[in-house]
Design a protein around this ligand. Structure first.
Ligand code: ZN
Length: 302
């Protein structure tokens, strides 16, 4: 037996995270939020001249938009849909009796118009499409959202509800590729400034099922996704704390997003896993924020 408490238990003991009884669903303590806020301000400084339109979305999005996005084709195992009681009086009586008896009680639950947001950029595409042709030069968004993935785990870096700050670029292929190239330089520089040892790797998503294996291969071969990886709490290897995704014209076609001259727009996004970054910082610099290297504290909190 390992005499050391797990990293997750250390985070609970020091109040960085607060357990809820469900793996991957935690409260955030004050010091943890300070770390998140510090890194958030570093991002804000980095993008000061990007003229990005900033939008915060709630952790739920339109089910219609979610269906259209094709998420269920690729990741049905990770999706979270919101259901509510839609019965009448006597159904309620029955429900209470079932609850009291510890029986299955969800029979009268029906799906609502809301699903939990699976990725911070998903809600923006229909918004962008509804605005009509983009201005010349395209657009860039600065988004943040809690996102949901149904993958309960005791690895603190694999939460079910977690915060993402994400930049989405839409425009011509040249504009979109330039955006990703820029972030592939910025990301490592930011992590270096906060003392995180990292490497960048080609990546693939956990596409579901037999068809998914082909999608994984295609994603790697076309170099559509890169990840920035840091060792956190998974003994099997490092965890992605940032990702760089080139969607080509997938969302442009799906949603009818057009460039200024009426062509189908391309898109790319860069996501910061804010919780994973906070955890990586705590893992590498320790659970006493006051003892962190001066250069790191200065970068985060000025
Ligand atoms: Zn995205």
């Amino acid at each position: 037996m390992d005499a050391q408490p797990s990293f997750l238990n250390q985070l609970f003991d020091k109040g960085f995270l607060v357990p809820s009884g469900v793996d991957g669903l935690y409260g955030r303590g004050e010091a943890y939020e300070e770390v998140i806020a510090g890194f958030d301000s570093l991002i804000t400084k980095t993008v000061a001249n990007d003229a990005a339109e900033k939008i915060s979305f709630p952790p739920g999005m339109s089910r219609v938009a979610f269906e259209k996005s094709g998420y269920m084709k690729s990741f049905p195992q990770l999706a979270g849909t919101v259901h509510s009681f839609c019965g009448v009086d006597h159904d309620h009586t029955e429900l209470l009796a079932q609850l009291a008896a510890g029986e299955e009680w969800t029979g009268k639950q029906e799906v609502t118009d809301v699903v939990l947001t699976p990725a911070a950029c998903y809600p923006i595409y229909p918004v962008l499409a509804a605005r009509g042709n983009m201005p010349k030069g395209g657009v860039v968004f600065d988004l943040q959202s809690y996102c949901f993935r149904h993958e309960p785990s005791q690895d603190p870096a694999r939460m079910q509800l977690f915060r993402i700050r994400e930049f989405v670029r839409a425009g011509t292929p040249e504009e979109v590729v330039a955006f990703r190239e820029e972030w592939l330089k910025r990301g490592p520089a930011m992590m270096e400034a906060v003392g995180l040892p990292l490497h960048i790797d080609l990546a693939n998503d956990p596409f579901f099922g037999r068809g998914g294996r082909l999608m994984k291969v295609g994603q790697r071969e076309q170099q559509l996704k890169f990840e920035l990886l840091v060792q956190i709490a998974n003994p099997a290897g490092p965890t992605a704390i940032m990702s760089f995704n080139y969607h080509q014209d997938h969302f442009g076609e799906t949603w009818g997003i057009h460039t200024n001259d009426g062509g189908v727009a391309q898109t790319a996004c860069t996501g910061f896993g804010m919780d994973r970054i906070a955890l990586a910082l705590l893992k590498h610099h320790g659970l006493d924020l006051k003892a962190w290297p001066k250069s790191v504290s200065k970068t985060l909190w000025g």
